[in-house]
Design a binder for this molecule. Structure first.
Ligand code: SAM
Length: 195
């Protein structure tokens, strides 16, 4: 399984407006684009990808949304309808485990402390500008996890937790790109290695 974990420092899981996603959701839109980049291909879904969106900016509590490409259904490429689907799903986030799985979407009240044990045995990497080039890294395209920051990057505490988890830093190129573009570049690199 390919896994992507996006850490949204300001992203909110409740009470945002679909009319103004970037302005009302603490930039949840950045995370939604990452989910789309990870899971969607032309006319289809990547069945071997799972994505976690960790929303740390909610006034109630952190919330995490997990989408499992193996069983996901009806994921639309337009941000508004995807945002609506995510908003409805996040209303179920009341327990500290990924319990309410519907059409591949599960949610939980909690953040990284729930995600790390859920990953199982995997090789973790943190995507970080200025680190070692992904093209020279040894990667198993079928069992790997990548952690990404949002528009603000990583906060120092999260970064040190990821390093403590054993994640190795990799970069996708010389420029700082948008998080969803970094996801696309990684998927492309893994696709090339799998072929
Ligand atoms: C828009 S960037 C964050 C920029 C933020 N201003 C900072 O200084 O960290 C969002 C995320 O995309 C990933 N990213 C962007 N460019 C990258 C690169 N060249 N190599 C690896 N990851 C990258 C990182 O995970 C980053 O936290």
């Amino acid at each position: 399984m390919r896994r992507f974990v996006i850490i949204g420092q300001t992203a909110k899981g409740s009470s945002f407006s679909l009319e103004d996603l970037p302005g009302s959701s603490g930039r949840l839109d950045v995370l939604l684009r990452c989910a789309q980049a990870a899971l969607l291909v032309s006319h289809g879904l990547r069945r071997s990808t799972m994505i976690y969106l960790v929303l740390l900016g909610d006034p109630e509590a952190p919330k995490t949304l997990r989408i499992d490409g193996r069983v996901a259904e009806y994921l639309r490429p337009d941000e508004r309808s995807f945002g609506g689907r995510v908003r409805t799903a996040l209303e179920w986030a009341t327990t500290s485990e990924f319990a309410a799985e519907r059409q591949g979407i599960a949610v939980a009240a909690g953040g990284l402390e729930l995600v790390l044990p859920d990953l199982g045995i995997t090789r973790p990497f943190v995507l970080e500008e200025g680190s070692a080039d992904i093209r020279s890294a040894l990667l198993d395209p079928s069992e790997v996890t990548f952690f990404l920051g949002d528009h603000l990057g990583f906060d120092p505490l999260t970064h040190s937790r990821l390093i403590g988890f054993g994640a190795t830093a990799l970069s996708v190129g010389p420029l700082s790109v948008h998080a969803d573009h970094a996801v696309t570049l990684v998927q492309n690199e893994l696709d090339r290695r799998e072929k």
